[in-house]
Design a protein around this ligand. Structure first.
Ligand code: GDP
Ligand code: IMO
Ligand code: MG
Length: 425
């Protein structure tokens, strides 16, 4: 039995879906613990591509119990859409359970996400416009609507009316927007609640039972370390805790149940949305990586910003998550570049060199990456399955990342497919 966590170490989209799919094939239970449908996890299995938002990737393995924990924010419309689309592709939802404590993303959250972003003008965060921030705001303000409420029509009507009236006042009087039709929303969402009611289940209890029964458990991370509300590049972050510690709070089990924490990184760096990015490449090399790596957002289709691997960031992720092991994905994407660079430290405007990721943007500003250069490689490595099969320059690159990040690299991704992974003992 083992309880494993998979976490993103950069700004998201590191290929967590692929890592999760591999580990889920060995798990009895897969749990999403925070975030919402701002996540987009791609799994390429047997030639089929799945893009999962709220549904745990364990759904692709038919006997796996799939849990959505209390820390997740749920857009019921999107969730039902996902269930229906995946059901049409032959997947079963018999083993899906959703915690009654999970908060619901309502249409006013989505409206307010858009209006706040517009209000910020060119200081916008670049959110996914999925209402994530406003839904978490209500949760912490203690006025949110939870999954339990959604599945109980009388309670839901009452809470949605109270919340909706206040939100309409904010939408119209503060932002000058258009009021939402609350009766129509209540009717529509009551129907969603009816459809989703069979999935209700106490995820904390179910997870603990699995721990006691010595089952294999996988906590599926969404978003990533630098999107964490405290340890990310605030305010250009999401509104939850995508760190390893967030998993326990979001599912309702204690930290002592965890055995391994896998951190997923790309062999380079990407970011979608706004905010600082020290190793960003706004040149032909950046375009090459974007096009070769298909770096366009899973959710919004936005082009992802691209740059060199930044070991200052991944070392930060190793520390704040307590990582046991790293997975480096998309090494294959770097083939064809003359030279590769890795950021080893930052040089501050006063010339001081720092190795720890600055805690606030004001200190990050003006930091220049200090690079180490590597020879490039041209070989197609997508069919390599053992570390020894990789070209020498790739092996050197990976070994140096291990040293710089102070964490061993246990898995290397050489293509999007389920089988395109090099596992090292
Ligand atoms: P996630 O949000 O961390 O699950 O990552 P996304 O699914 O948003 O983005 C990762 C993208 O990279 C997806 O299109 C994956 O199919 C793809 N991918 C994952 N690992 C590899 C890899 O090792 N090589 C290549 N070429 N593509 C990969
Ligand atoms: P996965 O799980 C990449 C980013 C958004 C934006 C910021 C805030 O696929 O790695 P939000 O809608 O959460 O309020 O947006 O966070 N963001 C992600 N970027 N991958 C994700 O998830 C993300 N989830 C949120 O682009 O910059
Ligand atoms: Mg993604």
């Amino acid at each position: 039995m083992a309880a494993n966590i998979v976490i993103g170490t950069q700004w998201g989209d590191e290929g967590k879906g692929k890592a999760i799919d591999l580990l889920a094939s060995r798990a009895d239970v897969v749990i999403r613990a925070q975030g919402g449908n701002n996540a987009g996890h791609t799994v390429v299995a047997d030639g089929e591509t799945y893009k999962l938002h709220l549904i745990p990737s364990g759904i692709l393995h038919k006997d796996t119990l799939c849990l959505i924990g209390a820390g997740v924010v749920i857009d019921p419309k999107d969730l039902i859409g996902e269930i229906e689309a995946l059901s049409e592709r032959g997947l079963s939802f018999e083993h899906l359970r959703i915690d009654p404590r999970a908060h619901i993303t309502m249409p006013w959250h989505i409206a307010l996400d858009g209006l706040s972003e517009k209000f910020r003008g060119n200081k916008d965060i670049g959110t996914t416009h999925r209402g994530i921030g406003p839904a978490y705001m209500d949760k912490y303000e203690r006025s949110g609507i939870r999954f339990y409420d959604l599945t109980h029509p009388e309670i839901f009507r009452e809470k949605a009316k109270t919340a909706g009236e206040l939100k309409n006042a904010i939408i119209t009087k503060v932002f000058g927007g258009e009021a939402l039709d609350l009766d129509a929303i209540i009717e529509e969402y009551t129907e969603y609640g009816r459809k989703l009611a069979p999935y209700i289940g106490d995820v904390s209890v179910l997870t603990y039972e699995a721990v006691k029964a010595k089952k294999d458990i996988l906590f599926e991370g969404a978003q990533a370390t630098l999107l964490d509300i405290d340890f990310g590049t605030y305010p250009y972050v999401t509104s939850s805790h995508p760190l390893s510690a967030g998993v326990c709070i979001g599912s309702g089990v204690g930290p002592m149940v965890i055995d391994n924490i896998y951190g997923v990184a790309k062999a380079y760096t990407t970011r979608v949305g706004k905010g600082p990015f020290p190793t960003e490449l706004e040149d032909e090399t950046g375009d090459y990586i974007r096009n070769k790596g298909g770096e366009f957002g899973t959710i919004t289709g936005r082009p992802r910003r691209t740059g060199w691997f930044d070991s200052v960031i991944v070392r930060h992720a190793v520390r704040v998550n307590g990582l046991s092991v790293l997975m480096i994905n998309k090494l294959d994407t770097l083939a064809g570049l003359d030279k590769l660079k890795v950021c080893t430290a930052y040089k501050k405007p006063d010339g001081t060199v720092i190795k720890d990721f600055p805690p606030v943007l004001e200190e990050l500003e003006g930091c220049e990456p200090v690079y180490e250069e590597f020879e490039g490689f041209t070989e197609d490595i997508s069919s390599c399955r053992r570390f020894e099969e990789l070209p020498e320059v790739c092996r050197k690159y990976i070994s140096r990342l291990e040293e710089l990040c102070e964490c061993k690299v246990g898995m290397i991704g050489v293509g999007p497919g389920r089988e395109q992974i090099i596992e090292r003992s």
